[in-house]
Design a protein. Structure first.
Length: 186
């Protein structure tokens, strides 16, 4: 028997983080996506134990200021694409500059230098992932997904989708349906 599970990685990560901080009796406050403020200074021993406990779940504490900003950019993009019901009406550059209170050109240059890809490419990748998620959930048709994710047209969504996945959205939907039928019959 197969179980199909829908989950939110951000919620899962937050729960793991909270459980580990509680376990080590470290008072904290979650201040944002991927951001925690410890209310007291952690001893070196507790800090090391926290790093080890979180690493079991693939969660890493970031100490490098550049890497912190890169992660904030990624988190803001994930929040923009996945956690909001629809994408903001403003340009991505304006959204990120406002959200992170930094000059977009600085953010873009740093992101490109550190990740070897552009912010826009990362946004496209996340939008395609959100499109796939919406298609798998099956609550919206492809036109509604294009509208929800603020694509300029269905053709624009289709072109980006094919560039990233190698498939058209229709071909992806057929694969999903085929797998559902196959699994239902087994």
């Amino acid at each position: 028997m197969k179980l199909y599970i829908k989950y939110d990685l951000n919620v899962c990560s937050k729960i793991v983080l909270m459980e580990q901080l509680d376990k080590l009796e470290l008072p904290y406050r979650i201040t944002g996506l991927g951001e925690v403020e410890l209310k007291d200074t952690a001893t070196d021993e507790k800090f090391k134990l926290l790093e080890i406990a979180l690493s079991k779940y693939g969660i890493e504490i970031i100490n490098n200021p550049k890497q912190v900003l890169i992660q904030k950019i990624k988190d803001a993009i994930v929040e923009m694409v996945f956690l909001q019901d629809t994408l903001p009406l403003k340009k991505n550059s304006a959204y990120l500059a406002e959200k992170l209170n930094k000059n977009y050109n600085h953010l873009s240059l740093l992101f490109s230098e550190e990740t070897l890809t552009s912010i826009q490419s990362y946004i496209v990748l996340q939008r395609v992932e959100r499109t796939k998620q919406e298609m798998i959930e099956g609550n919206l048709n492809i036109t509604e997904i294009a509208w929800k994710l603020k694509y300029s047209s269905l053709a624009h969504l289709s072109n980006e989708f094919k560039k990233i996945t190698g498939l058209t959205p229709t071909a992806f939907q057929r694969i999903i349906e085929s797998r559902k039928v196959t699994e239902f019959n087994n």
